[in-house]
Design a protein around this ligand. Structure first.
Ligand code: PLP
Length: 405
C-alpha cells in the first residue's frame, strides 16, 4: 500500500527518525571501559523523567510486564496482601499477575471508564488496622479505557490513613507524556516501558525504585533471578549490566532522552494535553460520540477510547481503517472489545499527524455505516486548537530549533 502507515495505537508509538538513526550502531563490547558512559547517560537521564532525586532507575531488557513482576517479587514477600483497583485490561492483567504469584489480592472492582478510587482506597487502608496490606497498586493511565488516575490523591489517602504500605504505580502509558512525580508523590516503584512516551521500540522495561523499596528487597524471601534488583544495583554502579544489555535500544534511549530534554518535559506534557484536547473535541463536538472515560477528570492525555454507537462494531472500524486507509487504531480489549476503538496520541506526534488519524477514523466509520459528518472531527479539533493556542498553551518551536527531526 502506498504511503506511510499511520500508527495511532497507544503503543508502540512512532519512533522519531533521530532515535532510529541513533540505534543503527555496530555491536560493541558491553564490558569495554567505554560502555559505562552509555549506561550512566541513560540511567542519569531517566531520573528527571521519573522526577526523582532519591530513586534508582533500572533498565531491564523486558517490557512493562517484566517490571511489574520485578516490583512484586523484589519488594514484597510470598503471600503478602496487596490492594489494587481494577478498571481496565491492564489493571486486570496486573491483578492477574498478583494472583498467579500467590499474593492475597484485595480487588476494588471499579466500572471501566473510571479510575483509582481515592475514597475507597482510604476506607480500605483505614479498615486495615493491622497493616496487612503491604502494597497499593495503581495504574496511572489505564490504556484500555483512556483513563488517568490521580496518584497524588492516592498518596494523600495513604498518608491520611497513616498506612505504611508501599505505593507501586504503573506509568507505562503516562511516563514522559503526563506529569508523574516519583519523589513528591512518595512512589516506591514506578513501572514503565520504552514503547510509548519514550518513543522507542518495545523491548526495555524502565522502572524506578525508592530507597525504602530497595531496602525491603534486601530481606524479601521471594525467589527471583533475572529480575533481581540487587544484581542490577551492583552492576549498574559501575555502568554495566548483570547480562548482555540491548545495546542499540540504549543508544535509542539516550537520544530520546536528549529530545525530551530539548523540548522540555513540561512542554512535552503541554503538547500532550493540547493534542488530547483536539482529539476529544473531534469525538464530542465533531462526531457527537462519547469516550469510555466517564467524566472529564478521568480523560487521558495519551489515549482516547471512542465508544461507537449502539449496534455498531468497533472491530469493523479498526479493520476498515487498517485495510483501506493504512491507519492503525487501537482495539477495544476484553470487556470493551467491539465497543470502542482507541486513538493513541502519545509520543512523537503533532497536530497534522493527529488530523490524519481523525480523518481516517471518520472515513472508516462512515464506510462501515456509522454516520458522522465528513470533516466534522477534523474541523472540531482545529477549532479547539485555535482557541487553545490563543490561550497560549501551545509551546512554539524555539526559533533556533532545527526543522528536520
Ligand atoms: N500497563 C499498561 C498501562 C499498558 O498500557 C501496558 C501495555 O500496553 C502494560 C502495562 C504492559 O506493558 P508491556 O506490554 O510493555 O509488557
Amino acid at each position: 500500500m502506498a504511503g506511510r502507515n499511520f500508527l495511532f495505537v497507544p503503543g508502540p508509538t512512532n519512533v522519531p527518525d533521530r532515535v532510529l538513526r541513533a540505534m543503527v550502531v555496530p555491536m560493541e563490547d558491553h564490558r569495554s571501559p567505554n560502555f559505562p558512559e552509555l549506561t550512566l547517560a541513560c540511567l542519569n537521564g531517566l531520573k528527571p523523567i521519573f522526577k526523582t532525586q532519591t530513586g534508582t532507575p533500572f533498565i531491564f531488557p523486558s517490557s512493562g510486564t517484566g517490571c511489574w513482576e520485578a516490583a512484586l517479587t523484589n519488594v514484597l514477600n510470598p503471600g503478602d496482601k496487596v490492594l489494587i483497583a481494577r478498571f481496565g485490561q491492564f489493571s486486570h492483567l496486573w491483578t492477574d499477575m498478583c494472583q498467579r504469584l500467590g499474593f492475597e489480592v484485595e480487588i476494588q472492582e471499579i466500572p471501566w471508564g473510571e479510575g483509582a478510587p481515592v475514597d475507597k482506597t482510604l476506607a480500605a487502608l483505614e479498615a486495615d488496622k493491622q497493616h496487612k496490606i503491604k502494597a497499593v497498586l495503581v495504574c496511572h493511565n489505564e490504556t484500555a479505557t483512556g483513563v488517568t488516575s490521580d496518584v497524588a490523591a492516592i498518596r494523600r489517602a495513604m498518608d491520611s490513613a497513616k498506612h505504611p504500605a508501599f505505593l507501586f504505580v504503573d506509568s507505562v502509558s503516562s511516563l514522559a507524556c503526563i506529569d508523574f512525580r516519583m519523589d513528591e508523590w512518595g512512589v516506591d516503584v514506578c513501572i514503565s516501558g520504552s514503547q510509548k512516551g519514550l518513543m522507542l521500540p518495545p523491548g526495555l522495561g524502565l522502572t524506578c525504585v525508592s530507597q525504602k523499596a530497595l531496602q525491603a528487597a534486601k530481606s524479601s524471601t521471594f525467589k527471583r533471578c533475572y529480575f533481581e534488583y540487587a544484581d542490577m544495583v551492583a552492576a549498574n554502579a559501575n555502568g554495566y549490566f548483570p547480562y548482555t544489555p540491548p545495546i542499540p535500544m540504549m543508544y535509542g534511549l539516550r537520544e530520546a532522552l536528549k529530545m525530551l530534554a530539548e523540548e522540555g518535559l513540561e512542554n512535552v506534557f503541554a503538547r500532550h494535553k493540547f493534542l488530547a484536547g483536539g482529539t476529544r473535541a473531534a469525538v464530542h463536538q465533531g462526531w457527537n460520540l462519547s469516550l469510555c472515560a466517564t467524566a472529564p477528570k478521568w480523560q487521558s492525555d495519551t489515549v482516547s477510547a471512542v465508544v461507537v454507537p449502539g449496534g455498531a462494531d468497533a472491530v469493523q472500524v479498526i479493520a476498515r481503517a487498517y485495510k483501506r486507509y493504512n491507519l492503525s487504531l487501537g482495539a477495544g480489549l476484553s470487556k470493551v472489545a467491539g465497543k470502542v476503538f482507541r486513538i493513541g496520541h502519545m509520543g512523537d506526534i503533532n497536530e497534522l499527524m493527529l488530523l490524519g488519524a481523525i480523518a481516517g477514523a471518520e472515513m472508516a466509520m462512515n464506510d462501515v455505516g456509522i454516520e458522522v459528518e465528513a470533516g466534522s472531527g477534523v474541523a472540531a479539533a482545529q477549532k479547539y486548537w485555535r482557541q487553545a493556542a490563543k490561550a497560549d498553551t501551545k509551546p512554539l518551536r524555539p526559533a533556533d530549533a532545527k526543522v528536520a527531526s
